[in-house]
Write a new protein. Structure first.
Length: 668
């Protein structure tokens, strides 16, 4: 490209990509394919890397975040972030309306909005560009989370049109949609991390993450409901929100004007159940006086405005009868009690089961069979039992006693000290554990076996054709094709995919084995460090915990796995079948210990290699990637556009700053 065309193309690409983002994340109406989007993004990334002079923090390329550690700076809110007074009944709402009418004779309208249950954020825009994003904090000071907020794709970094005030603030709620919440918790469970209690905690936890790359991966969303500033377009709150919508903000489509309190109450009734159909959590309705003039006249108390009130829905509760408790055994052997209930209508759906989580919960509820129990739908999708009506209990009712033996294989259950869950230790003889392990093994992120699914695994298992993951590789075409609903075609597909899985890289194979606490990330770290299965098998607790990021719990689980002779045998068989049990030749050839003992921090953008590739090179050469500068850091590998504060800190601590070329020379 001719040099003079470069800035033009960069501007053009930024505008196109932002528009595509807007269509996808704000309007939920994608206009191009993912591939097309990715290609344009790659083109922009390349141009920006080659022309660092055109760096712009608001470029769509900057939405990927970084994993640099940073303390959040405390920033004073330009306008304090007040909270809302709450109400729980229609009567309280009528009181609220009366109070306002006592203060004014003026005719006015209300605006009703959904009360989104996430974490609040205040954004400052200057000349149409996102300038700062601040959390609520204590209402006066909040945390500067701009770097994290930049990664949220439905938040505009650059506004559309030109009719916005030069400076303004907009406030809204950052949310984690239910589907994404479930996905993250599932991933955390696999990695042995603590689960988020509900989408709200997950959203606020994510927003406060020290790594903006983590924020970028989790698909946060945001709705905006409050515009503040000197020169707002209109006297109407709703009219201002509509203007904000035209500038690119995501505004709830469910906001409505109401002429009086009766209409407000009708709105509240309408959303009582309908809100459960939304992809995000809501816990009430916010009622606001529409006119800003009147808002100002009514004013605020120290804590909350007089012109607005929240109506909180009571958590939907229903009473029903506990019929029985059944127990489910998962892939890892964890036993989960589930309450079977007399079907009851709750928040628009019929509930027949509720999770009881573990033995402690049953004990604390003092649950008896036949009890009248209260079920509630909280932020979580699966309802829970929140209480028991002991007064109506039959005197002869028998208490629910947690089972002593596995419901599937009769083995005595164990409970490790400090853990809430009971486990069935019969790892290789308990059907749901065996099947669960196989399902995990064939999964997309593991061996990715096409054509095999839960049902086929079930069939193959009940026909006695497979007892462990290695047996999969002994399957013959006729054995599969004669199974119900399968035929020659499916059998061929399964065998072909199994055959191809011999090429699946070692890190995925290690993950696929389903060792407790060895999720995708841990598997990557272990394979990178220890190179082959033999070294991992032979590694002692000390050797394992000496690896950065491998803690005692993971190390113990790895040791336990390999001290079971059956597992060692299984791995021998998988080796014979030709699965990858060491890292590939190319990675092996690139390995050295040239950076052994060195801690390196990467910052900025680079010309020859991506940051991820550079990080990989550091690890392959025995070095350690660190995410924050300290006196223990040996080098700062600096690209272009590196932040001045980081440079300053490195200089202050006398940490040598090296370029990409210096680095490549070091490892060559
Ligand atoms: S208006 C001064 N509108 O609820 C008025 N808040 O309890 C400021 N919230 O901190 C808030 N949905 O995090 C407003 N449509 C909505 C809302 C909303 C959720 C949250 C917000 C606020 C809290 C107040």
């Amino acid at each position: 490209m001719a040099t003079e065309n470069i800035p033009q193309r960069i501007t053009e690409l930024r505008a196109i990509l932002e528009e595509y983002n807007y269509n996808y994340y704000v309007l939920s109406q994608p206009v191009v394919s993912d591939i097309e989007f990715d290609m344009l993004m790659k083109e922009l990334e390349k141009l920006e890397a080659e022309n660092p002079g055109f760096f712009d923090p608001n470029s769509p390329t900057q939405r990927v975040g970084s994993d640099l550690n940073k303390e959040f700076e405390q920033v004073r809110h330009q306008y304090p972030m007040l909270s809302l007074s709450n109400s729980y009944s229609e009567e309280e709402l009528r009181d609220f309306d009366q109070k306002i009418r006592k203060l004014t004779d003026q005719k006015f309208e209300y605006v009703c909005e959904l009360k989104y249950d996430g974490t609040s954020i205040s954004l400052r825009y200057k000349n149409g560009m996102l300038n700062k994003a601040i959390t609520r904090g204590d209402g006066t000071f909040g945390d500067d989370v701009t770097a994290n907020v930049r990664t949220i794709k439905s938040i505009p970094l650059k506004l559309k049109r030109t009719d916005f005030p030069e400076e303004f603030e907009i406030r809204g709620e950052i949310l984690l949609p239910f589907a994404e919440f479930e996905r993250i918790n599932q991933e955390r469970e696999e990695e042995g991390e603590a689960l988020f209690a509900n989408p709200r905690n997950a959203a606020s936890g994510t927003l406060k993450s020290q790594k903006s790359s983590v924020v970028a991966e989790r698909k946060l969303d945001a709705y905006f409901y409050f515009l503040l500033g000197e020169n707002l377009p209109d006297d109407g709150h709703l009219e201002n929100l509509q203007a904000a919508k035209s500038w690119g903000f995501k505004i709830s489509p469910d906001t409505e004007k109401c002429a009086n309190i009766d209409e407000v109450i009708a709105f509240i009734r309408k959303w009582n159940l309908k809100r459960f159909d939304l992809p995000v959590a809501t816990d009430g309705i916010v009622i606001k006086v529409n006119s800003l003039n009147l808002q100002q006249y009514l004013g605020s108390t120290a804590k909350s405005p007089r012109w607005a009130i929240a109506y909180k829905y009571k958590a939907e509760q229903a009473a029903t009868t506990l019929l029985s408790v059944s127990y489910q055994v998962g892939r890892t052997g964890a036993v989960t009690p589930v309450a079977n209930l007399e079907p009851v209508l709750l928040a628009g759906t019929t509930v027949k089961r509720a999770s009881l989580h573990n033995a402690d919960i049953i004990k604390n509820l003092d649950l008896h069979l036949g009890d009248t129990v209260y079920v509630e739908k909280g932020g979580e999708i699966i309802p829970k039992i929140t209480g028991v009506d002991a007064s109506s209990r039959h005197p002869m009712a028998s208490p629910v006693v947690f089972i002593k033996n596995c419901p599937e294989c009769e083995t005595a259950l164990i409970r490790n000290e400090g853990e809430a869950a009971h486990y069935c230790p019969n790892e290789d003889g308990c059907p749901p554990q065996i099947k669960g392990k196989m399902e995990h093994f064939i999964g997309r992120k593991a061996m990715n076996i096409d054509g095999l699914g839960t049902e086929t695994i079930d069939l193959l298992y009940s026909e006695g054709l497979i007892r462990n993951i290695a047996d999969l590789y002994d399957l013959q075409k006729e054995q599969i094709s004669r199974l119900e609903r399968l035929g020659d075609k499916s059998a061929e597909r399964i065998l072909k995919s199994l055959d191809e899985s011999r090429m699946v890289p070692f890190e995925k194979v290690l993950f696929a084995l389903g060792i407790r606490f060895v999720g995708e990330t841990v598997a990557k770290i272990l394979t990178n460090r220890l190179i082959n299965i033999e070294t991992i098998e032979a590694a002692s607790l000390e050797e394992l915990t000496a690896i950065d990021e491998i803690g005692g719990r993971i190390a113990e689980s790895v040791r336990a796995y390999f001290s079971n002779p059956k597992n060692v045998q299984l791995i021998e068989r998988l080796k014979e079948k030709g699965l990858q049990m060491q890292i590939d030749e190319a990675s092996l050839a690139n390995r050295s210990d040239k950076l052994s003992g060195l801690s390196i921090i990467i910052s900025g953008t680079f010309e020859k290699n991506s940051r991820d590739d550079l990080k990989k090179m550091i690890e392959q050469n025995g070095g350690k990637n660190v995410s924050s500068i300290s006196k223990n850091t040996n080098y700062l590998l600096a690209g272009s556009n590196i932040g001045p504060s980081k440079l300053e800190k490195a200089e202050k601590l006398n940490i040598p700053i090296i370029s990409e070329d210096d680095f490549l020379k070091m490892i060559d």
